[in-house]
Design a protein around this ligand. Structure first.
Ligand code: ADP
Length: 397
């Protein structure tokens, strides 16, 4: 089935067209600078790359241009737009309402709109993308919303509630939601398949380590805890996000540095994390290089990242009363053997033992724990777009 996957930002619209029977990406690209001027980059298998700088005043025009590129006689991959059987949209926030992906209708759009305050940068753009597709694609083409938060909705109240005045948590829907859910679901399921185990029989800890990093405890197929919270700022320190800090630091800095709520938000989201700590970069390749050259702050940033990852793995094993499988995924999880090794260092007491010969230099789907390790540790590359296409297909079939 041909499924178009859309990931809309406030001024961009990334897309991938999948043939789900093979998992092949037929075409992909990005419409950028929407509402500014407009730039569409487009790549398709066996065709010449294509760039257009035609004006894109809004998302509707952007979607029209993407569809036109897909059926273009020179670089297109479809003979008619009706070959697209459904569109899967990445949506950041589904609030507490959706624990699964859903076919979009008026109620779903209302929930996405109601969640604007929880995802102020993403949800409005995601809804704009859905409405643009609805207005441009043939009538009746199903649109599916795949929420970043949905996988985590099985958490029990003790895992998602914050100890603030209860009335306020209710009034503002303040709770742990968690993010990267599509990735945690995809890699945890794939890990069970890959290892020949039944998903519903095992305890898995998934470590999605990328520019943003999050962890999930998946107990017998259900997420029971995750490290991101009301927003994707919580958890371990990340590229530019501070992760968990003493909350009292927030008013302290606001008072002493005379910062507004928006300024402290920017400081914690964009100027902190391993970049803020090291003064070098948010990219682990740069940090590794700087650390090897003797930059102590880069070394500290790497050590903190590894230490915090290890603590979460230990905490989630405790939360589930054990762990059978630990999965590493995303940019850092898939590419950095030394972070994987360090995050599992010292966990021999709970049966985790990495085999350096299996871990070093490996970047593909693989088991990296030793034959004697009680816990299986694996690399499972994530593919959020394919996961969205597959979930969309399951719903519309
Ligand atoms: P996101 O999707 O959140 O933007 P990714 O999962 O693509 O992030 O991860 C990006 C991060 O992964 C980069 O910032 C970098 O730190 C790390 N990374 C990617 N490739 C490598 C590599 N080959 N070696 C080390 N780190 C890498």
């Amino acid at each position: 089935m041909k499924i178009l996957v859309i990931n809309c930002g406030s001024s961009s619209c990334k897309f991938q067209l999948f043939e789900t029977s093979t998992g092949e990406v037929l075409a992909k690209g990005n419409a950028e600078r929407i509402g500014i001027d407009g730039k569409l980059t487009y790549k398709a298998n066996g065709k010449e790359d294509f760039i257009s700088t035609e004006a894109m005043p809004d998302h509707k025009v952007a979607v029209k241009m993407i569809l036109a590129a897909l059926v273009d006689k020179d670089h297109g991959v479809l003979s008619d737009i009706s070959e697209i059987k459904a569109v899967g949209h990445r949506v950041l926030h589904g609030g507490k309402y959706y624990s699964e992906s859903v076919i979009v209708n008026d109620d779903v759009k209302k929930v996405i709109r109601d969640c604007f305050p929880l995802g102020p940068l993403h949800n409005p753009a995601n809804l704009t993308g859905i409405e643009a597709c609805e207005s441009v694609l043939p009538e009746g083409t199903p649109q599916v919303a795949v929420f970043d938060t949905a996988f985590h909705m099985t958490m029990p109240p003790k895992a998602y509630t914050y100890a603030l005045p209860y009335e306020l948590t209710e009034k503002y829907s303040i709770r742990r939601y968690g993010f990267h859910g599509t990735s945690h679901r995809y890699v945890s399921r794939r890990a069970a398949d890959f290892l020949g185990k039944k998903y519903e029989d095992i305890k898995i800890i998934t470590c999605h380590l990328g520019n943003g990093s999050s962890f999930a405890a998946v107990d017998h197929g259900k997420c029971v805890d995750t490290s991101m919270g009301l927003t994707p700022l919580a958890g371990i320190c990340m590229g530019t996000r501070c992760g968990d800090i003493d909350p009292a630091i927030v008013p302290f800095l606001m008072k002493n540095e005379n910062l507004t709520p928006d300024e402290i938000d920017t400081l914690m989201n964009k100027k902190s994390g391993v970049e803020g700590l090291s003064g070098v970069s948010s990219d682990f390749r740069d940090l590794d290089k700087a650390s090897k050259e003797g930059n102590e702050r880069a070394t500290l940033a790497l050590e903190m990242f590894e230490y915090q990852a290890r603590k979460i793995i230990g905490a989630y094993a405790a939360a589930m009363g054990g762990v059978d499988v630990i999965v590493f995924t995303a940019g850092i999880g898939e590419n950095t053997d030394y972070i994987r090794a360090a995050a599992c260092e010292g966990l021999g007491f709970m049966g985790v033992e990495i085999d350096p010969a299996k871990n070093n230099g490996v970047r593909t789907e693989a088991v990296i724990s030793s034959d004697n390790s009680k816990v299986t540790v694996a690399i499972i590359p994530t593919n959020e777009e394919l996961a969205i296409a597959q979930e969309t297909e399951e719903l519309v079939k």
